[in-house]
Design a binder for this molecule. Structure first.
Ligand SMILES: *[C@@H]1O[C@H](CO)[C@@H](O)[C@H](O)[C@H]1NC(C)=O
Ligand SMILES: *[C@@H]1O[C@H](CO)[C@@H](O)[C@H](O)[C@H]1NC(C)=O
Length: 347
């Protein structure tokens, strides 16, 4: 009998009493009369010798018979008759992003996006026509709410930036669901260094025809100076407090060469959810992908053979670009040309 069948049997018989449930599962009767497994072997349904125990319709194992099939005396998976506890990952497939939501922290686990020179050239979406909204696909009990962020002191920080989804208003709207948000320090981070980092990612499309980015929160341990032990500590916002404020954020960047089965230049970065000075080199935040995988419990490149992996920061400068942000901004207003699309001057 499969675990699923067992659960069904247990569920069905809950209505007719614990004794018959136990009998159906071949476990003897319930608490009143714990069966001695060494005594009985029977396949017949009938009155027991004592006249009080319920019938045992299926054979139970004789411990003195090594050839008898083993019937476990307990059924932990019988819990599922009351519902599977989870976790449920709430995978979302929108036009501009794919994500997995963490019901415990009310933050995403990860949000994945894809940008190309052509997608960034299109200008059909404007963030002035988008509004932050709760993700109705998440059960109300687990949903991050607008009121939770209100006066929290934190920005509703896009994981997939709105600016990466200008190719359609609907696609941009997708990025405004709270399941794409984490509480982020505003000044000095979300509105500054983190925004520059997002811009760095967009500018990679000048060198690579296809760029994928996975972004998400981390809750990293810090050494306590008092007793020298490592602890994870993070703020929780909302009413009641329920949205975790991540200590860090990661981005995994996959810069593709555009060939089927081609090389992928990988970059992994972890930034603290804190003010970061603009003159800090981005390369300071580069980490091995494995470090992000360990910290997040996620796998990012399990199907990418090592022979196809390259290191992004060996191919492009991951430090200079942020320093040159102001000048680079100007260049970005004239995006790189894309095949098959009108140049910006023609639009
Ligand atoms: C985008 O969101 C805004 C605000 O919620 C809404 O008024 C508008 O209709 C949406 N546009 C599209 C194309 O879905
Ligand atoms: C991938 O990179 C290697 C060098 O690291 C190169 O020899 C190979 O030709 C590249 N593959 C493709 C498909 O460009």
């Amino acid at each position: 009998m499969s675990k699923f069948t067992l659960a069904l049997v247990a569920g069905a018989s809950a209505a007719v009493g614990a004794a018959s449930t136990a009998a159906l599962l071949g476990m003897g009767s319930s608490k009143k009369n714990i069966p001695s497994q060494t005594v009985t072997t029977t396949t017949t349904v009938g009155t027991s010798p004592t006249g009080t125990a319920p019938p045992l319709p299926v054979p139970i194992r004789r411990l003195d018979d090594p050839k008898a099939p083993f019937v476990p005396p307990v059924d932990p998976a019988g819990l599922f008759q009351y519902g599977f506890p989870g976790p449920v990952n709430d995978v979302r497939n929108a036009a501009s992003l794919t994500s997995s939501y963490d019901r415990r922290t009310k933050n995403p686990h990860w949000v994945a996006e894809h940008i190309t020179p052509a997608s960034l050239l299109m200008r059909n979406g404007d963030r002035r026509h988008s509004a932050f909204e709760e993700d109705q696909a998440i059960p109300e009990k687990f949903r991050a709410k607008l009121k939770d962020y209100f006066r929290s002191g934190y920005d509703r920080g896009h994981q997939v930036p709105a600016a990466d989804a200008k190719w359609s208003q609907e696609a941009m709207n997708d990025t405004f669901a709270l399941s794409n948000m984490c509480p982020q320090v505003g000044e000095g981070f979300n509105r500054d260094y983190w925004a520059h980092f997002e811009d760095f990612c967009r500018r990679l499309t000048s060198y690579y025809p296809s760029v994928r980015i996975v972004t998400g929160p981390l809750y990293l341990p810090k050494r306590d100076p008092v007793d020298n032990k490592w602890r994870v500590s993070y703020e929780v916002i909302g009413h009641p407090p329920n949205i975790a404020v991540p200590t860090h954020f990661y981005k995994i960047i996959y810069a593709e060469d555009g060939k089927t089965g081609g090389n992928v230049s990988l970059g992994a970065f972890v930034l603290p959810n804190d003010k970061i000075s603009n003159d800090k080199p981005l390369a300071d935040f580069e980490v091995p992908i494995e470090a992000v995988e360990r910290a997040s419990g996620l796998d990012f490149v399990s199907l990418l053979p090592p022979a196809r992996r390259k290191r992004l920061c060996q191919e492009v400068s991951c430090s200079v670009i942020v320093k040159e942000y102001d000048q680079r901004q100007k260049q970005m207003t004239t995006p790189p040309p894309a095949k098959g699309l009108p140049s910006p001057s023609q639009r």
